[in-house]
Design a protein around this ligand. Structure first.
Ligand code: SF4
Length: 330
């Protein structure tokens, strides 16, 4: 491999051109047919990017179209009640994203005449839009030549370079490699390659469009230990009476899922059998969730909610899972 011509570039200029050509030709043939790829409307691109943060593609596909059915335009979203936005977000988790999405929609309508700022810099001034999301929207919806770096792009670049890259040098390398004529497609192609071919554990190098330019052709030797999942047991009371379920609301200033509804938590119980048990994982913790029917603790501040209204309540992901398992929610 020839020496790179720039301190931030991974390749010589001809190699760079080959990389872009090979990657884009592969993307044109093999890209997944995802609903948000059929549009360059910044509202739809933005919504998909926010939903895809920390959420699997399959789960986003389930919620994206329904969210757009409820809020088809930025002004409809801006005018909605927060409780309706959170209820539509139910099942995607990390509800702070939905609150910020709602706040940003109001600013775009009120201060920008319903038009998205067309540059990554302008977009980053909005709530919930960081460097990655701003670059994704600006490149896909407005053709601005700015590179994205997410976990997939980082892995591909490191393997292609054959070395660890982080922080600003990583962003510079991504920007240097970007195809300025098709920035949105190039960014999506890099992410697609990382998601479908250059995967974390078993990269499919034999089908990789850039194998000839890759320094690693496999997994880069690990330098950090994988994070071990913590295990925790947690108990909840599921109280039902006359077609209503007893729920409690999380504090409005809670750091996680503020204002969302859930089942009342119980102290751990020994020697008896719960009504049912399920597993739930949140970031680095695996929970064993034990559910006790008709065991609500006394003196807890909560509300009886009719079962037919549960689908409209902003439930935590775990509360939704428990109620579905109990057959009270579709
Ligand atoms: Fe990743 Fe293998 Fe392609 Fe290199 S050759 S970018 S390691 S899939």
């Amino acid at each position: 491999m020839k020496k790179p011509q720039s301190s931030v570039g991974l390749f010589s200029n001809p190699q760079q051109r080959r990389f872009r050509r090979s990657l884009l030709a592969w993307y044109d043939r093999h890209r997944r047919d995802l609903p948000w790829r059929a549009t360059r409307d910044p509202y739809r691109v933005w919504l998909s990017e926010i939903m895809l943060q920390q959420t699997r593609v399959a789960a986003v596909i389930e919620h994206y179209q329904e969210f757009l059915r409820l809020f088809p335009t930025i002004d409809k979203l801006a005018a909605a009640r927060e409780a309706s936005v959170l209820a539509a977000w139910s099942g995607l988790g990390y509800y702070r994203r939905a609150r910020r999405l709602h706040a940003a929609a109001k600013i775009i309508v009120r201060e920008h005449g319903e038009k998205f700022p067309p540059t990554a810099e302008g977009l980053q001034a909005l709530p919930g839009i960081g460097r990655y999301t701003a670059a994704a929207i600006a490149s896909i919806a407005f053709d601005e030549p700015v590179a994205v770096v997410d976990g997939n792009v980082e892995r591909v670049l490191q393997r292609v370079a054959g070395k660890r890259l982080a922080g600003e040098p990583l962003w510079q390398a991504a920007n240097h490699l970007l195809d300025a004529k098709r920035p949105g497609d190039f960014n999506q192609a890099m992410m697609e390659l990382g998601a479908t071919v250059c995967t974390p554990r078993t990269p499919g190098c034999l089908t990789c469009p850039v194998i000839e330019l890759c320094a690693t052709r496999g997994v880069l030797a690990a330098t950090v230990k994988p994070v071990r999942q913590k295990k925790r047991e947690i108990h909840y009371a599921l109280n039902c009476l006359n077609g209503e379920v007893f729920l409690v609301q999380r504090a409005r200033d809670a750091s996680l899922m503020p204002g969302m509804w859930e089942l009342p938590e119980l102290a751990s119980r020994n020697g008896a059998s719960p009504s049912f048990t399920l597993r739930h994982s949140i970031t680095a913790t695996d929970y064993t969730v034990r559910v006790w029917q008709n065991a609500a603790p006394s003196g807890v501040d909560g509300k009886w909610i009719p079962m037919e209204r549960l689908g409209k309540v902003a439930l935590t992901g775990l509360a939704g899972k428990i109620l579905r398992k109990a057959g009270m929610l579709d």
